[in-house]
Structure formats: structure tokens, C-alpha cells
Design a protein around this ligand. Structure first.
Ligand code: SF4
Length: 178
């Protein structure tokens, strides 16, 4: 286990007074720098910055940041939600650490694809087979890992083969560690 001891701090960001959104961070006694390339290889849409020893990621509506001695998340509805989210991230780091022998670490810094870039490659028929009202809503959820490419059945049709290949090129699919 990489992270064993930690103290979680939950707070309201000073830039959002009265917004009633909550952030949380945990200061670590262990340096987790070594795990960042493994997270970069497995988290869809992660942006790894080796020179800063940092990795950022969007998970649902949360902005997540991993640093050598700190993990932080933002935009939770309440204190309990912020704490639960952060504990989930600590578990993710520990699970990834346990499975690191099965993962090829990745040190490439990628641009996170925008929802518009994804939308342009979707069928744009708003057929709702994915459970979303529009293709753009689906694109938004793809960028935050709330949906997978396979959730769009239309993309499996032969006429969308090129578009699917384009999407596969810019989107890292679901985390290898779950
Ligand atoms: S299933 Fe695909 S084509 Fe249909 S609405 Fe969802 S994203 Fe658009």
C-alpha cells in the first residue's frame, strides 16, 4: 500500500464564498510521484506534467490534482461528498500501485480533448440510444469519464468506422484499474 496514513482537510474554496461547494485535500507523508505515470496510463483525460510532478484529471464534475505529497479534489455538494471523493482517490492510487506490474507507465503529456472535438466525431443524430438526450451531452460525459465510447451503439455501425477510429485516437478508454 502506497498511502497508509493521511489527514483529510475539507474546506470551501476562498474563490467561491457562499457558493456552498466543497473541496478536499490530503497531505501525504509518502511521496507518490512514482505512481503518476501509471495513473497517466490508465485515467482517461488525465494530463501529466512531469516537470511539475503533477497530474490533473476530471472525474465526473470534480477537478482532481495529484502532486508528490498531496491529492486534492473540488466541486463537491457537501462535506461528506468531498471526503468520500477523496477517499476514493486514495483507494485508486493504492489499487494502481498494487497493479503497477500490469501497467506500462506513460510519461507523455497529452492535451485533454475538448467536448466539442469529441462531438464533431460523433454521429450527431441525437438518437438517444446512449441514454443521453443529445450527442453533445454524451460528448460532455465522455470528457469526464462518465460514459465510454461503447455506450454509443451508433458508432459501431460500419459507416462510422473512421469517426470511431478518430475518437479512439484521442480518448483513453476506461481505467485499467477499477
Ligand atoms: S447513441 Fe451516439 S449517436 Fe445516439 S445520441 Fe448518443 S452519442 Fe449521439
Amino acid at each position: 500500500m502506497l498511502i497508509e496514513k493521511y489527514d483529510i482537510e475539507v474546506f470551501t474554496p476562498p474563490c467561491e464564498p457562499g457558493a456552498e461547494r466543497y473541496a478536499a485535500r490530503v497531505r501525504l507523508t509518502a511521496d507518490i510521484s512514482e505512481i503518476l505515470p501509471y495513473l497517466n496510463a490508465t485515467l482517461r483525460g488525465a494530463v501529466y506534467l512531469p516537470t511539475a510532478n503533477a497530474l490533473t484529471w476530471k472525474k465526473g464534475g470534480h477537478n482532481v490534482a495529484f502532486h508528490a505529497y498531496e491529492i486534492a479534489t473540488s466541486n463537491a455538494d457537501d462535506r461528506e461528498g468531498a471526503e468520500k471523493e477523496l477517499k476514493g482517490l486514495i483507494d485508486l492510487v493504492n489499487r494502481t500501485w498494487e497493479h503497477r506490474a500490469e501497467i506500462t507507465p506513460d510519461i507523455i503529456t497529452r492535451q485533454r480533448p475538448t467536448s466539442m472535438a469529441i462531438f464533431k466525431l460523433l454521429p450527431q443524430t441525437n438518437c438517444k440510444q446512449c441514454g443521453e438526450p443529445t450527442c453533445y451531452t454524451f460528448a460532455l460525459k465522455l470528457t469526464t469519464a462518465q460514459k465510454k465510447l461503447a455506450d454509443c451503439p451508433a458508432l459501431m455501425e460500419p459507416k462510422y468506422t473512421d469517426q470511431r477510429a478518430g475518437l479512439e485516437a484521442i480518448i483513453i478508454e476506461a481505467p485499467a484499474i477499477s
